[in-house]
Design a protein around this ligand. Structure first.
Ligand code: CA
Length: 240
């Protein structure tokens, strides 16, 4: 086991009354916490690297939090994103839009609940910033998908796939039984926990992004939708 670096959290929150007790709580749990109070500095900080998890307020003074989330994913940020929203009534809309967040928590939230979710998300997000030296050195066939469930990394050939925590979880689950159908219920249960209260549209959006990333990478495997049942990972038989 490698020495564990404390997880690097970025809190994006303009309200001191929320940010200050939250930072105190997170630091007590040995996380390294940086805080910015607006969207643009958040984007800049994440681009500088090393952030494992972003806690993201929606009502920011410059760029809307949803837009920040979209831009982070568009820039291939592979760490976790948890949205902190005061807009309880808009939560369904937020979830339905699927901007690439991994989890959502409505304000006011209990700090214990938030900590539990942060822990869960970091566990899943795993080694997003693992050094390249840990990548397997063997040369693989250029179009074969390999998943390292322990390191939480996936490759097509020698190229690492930039996956979000949820995309990785879905791929790892499907890859654990290639060719077998995983029901939607099983994927929801295993990838989204019992705290998940969003719609299964999020599942479809995650599958859609994963499918696109596999396709873009030239992978031979693809995610097949089994109508009304679920999904399976198919290895293209023509080329096997
Ligand atoms: Ca705010």
């Amino acid at each position: 086991m490698l020495g564990q670096m404390p997880a690097q959290l970025l809190l994006v929150e303009d309200d001191d009354q929320i940010a200050i007790p939250l930072i105190r709580t997170l630091e007590r749990e040995d996380y390294t916490v940086e805080r910015v109070a607006a969207g643009v500095p958040a984007l800049e900080r994440v681009a500088a690297g090393g952030v494992d998890l972003v806690l993201l307020d929606l009502g920011l003074p410059d760029v809307d939090g949803l837009e920040v989330c979209r831009r982070l994913r568009a820039a291939d940020f592979g760490g976790g994103i948890m949205i902190l929203t005061a807009r309880g009534g808009e939560l369904d809309r937020v979830v339905g839009l699927d901007v690439g967040a991994d989890d959502y928590i409505a304000k006011p939230f209990a700090l214990a609940e938030l900590l539990a979710r942060v822990r869960a998300l970091l566990r899943r997000a795993g080694q997003v910033a693992a050094p390249a030296a840990l990548a397997p050195t063997t040369t693989a066939a250029p179009d074969v998908v390999r998943v390292d469930a322990d390191a939480r990394r996936a490759w097509v050939g020698d190229a690492e796939l930039g996956l979000t925590a949820k995309e990785f979880d879905v791929l790892a689950l499907l890859a654990s039984s290639p060719g077998a159908v995983m029901t939607r219920e099983r994927v929801m249960d295993e990838v989204w926990d019992e705290n998940w209260f969003g719609s299964t549209k999020t599942l479809d959006a995650t599958i859609g992004r994963l499918r696109q990333k596999l396709e873009d990478s030239g992978a031979r495997s693809r995610v097949v939708n089994v109508r009304g049942v679920g999904f399976r990972l198919e290895i293209d038989p023509q080329d096997g």
